[in-house]
Design a protein around this ligand. Structure first.
Ligand code: HEC
Length: 207
């Protein structure tokens, strides 16, 4: 993540640090967590330390992929098959991060949030958002860019209905007609993406 990048936060670190230093709610907690007063350098180091802590390995899914067939319970294995097949999820959530790193219109909050259009001004980018990784997704509710979907079960129901109808909807979507056991299997698969190696950054580590 580039703090100052046009397509990221578009905010110079010095300006971000100045805003934090002016907000009494942040000053003391920042210093307590990081062991240094708010500054652009401390802010960038704190963010980098956070990002390096976002490790996710050795999930049941990873162990299964490495050849441990027993790592994925039968239900999650059914979910994996649906994810790749009938439910069409892997068309976008693919590869080691379960993201194609592409931008798609799922119709979440269509009409309010313009998504990638804000950056490119191309009409076809209206309502497109980047496909998020699904690693550790069971730990990161609520869902979608605006947090408008509260549970994984509701995310699956949203896709089962064919995602959010709108004129720019990605043409991968259609009603899936998933049965209840199929929706439950998909949820079991998503829960199998929780890594055992999540390591919160040590508060003393600055690099
Ligand atoms: C056409 C591409 C595409 C397909 C197909 C697709 N997704 Fe997504 N998915 C996305 C995009 C883009 C987002 C982000 C939408 C947003 O933020 O508004 C997303 C968001 C999600 C999220 C929320 C993640 C978070 O951290 O907020 C979950 C969970 C998810 N998808 C699961 C699935 C499942 C399960 C399927 C199959 C039933 C599926 N997706 C099919 C593109 C896709």
């Amino acid at each position: 993540m580039a703090l100052a990048g046009r397509t990221d936060l578009d905010l110079p670190a010095v300006e971000a640090a100045a805003r934090l230093a002016n907000d009494r709610a942040y000053v003391a907690p920042f210093e307590a967590a990081f062991g240094a007063p708010v500054s652009a350098l401390a802010l960038v180091q704190a963010l980098a330390t956070f990002v390096r802590g976002q490790l996710s390995g050795a999930s049941a899914f990873d162990r299964f992929g490495a050849g441990d067939r027993a790592a994925l319970p039968a239900k999650a294995r059914d979910g994996f098959a649906l994810f790749n097949g009938k439910a069409r999820c892997a068309r976008c959530h693919a590869g080691p991060l379960l993201s194609d790193e592409g931008f798609h219109n799922t119709g979440v909050n269509w009409g309010t949030d313009l998504g990638r259009f804000e950056v490119t001004r191309q009409p076809e980018d209206r309502g497109r958002f980047k496909t998020p990784s699904l690693r550790n997704v069971a730990l990161t509710a609520p869902y979608m860019h605006d947090g408008s979907i509260k549970t994984l079960g509701e995310v699956i129901e949203f896709y089962d209905r064919g995602a959010g109808r709108n004129p720019n909807l990605d043409d991968q979507f259609r009603p899936l007609a998933l049965s209840l056991p199929e929706r439950q299997a998909l949820a079991a698969f998503l829960r199998a993406l929780t890594g055992s190696a999540y390591a919160p950054p040590a508060s003393s580590s600055r690099r």
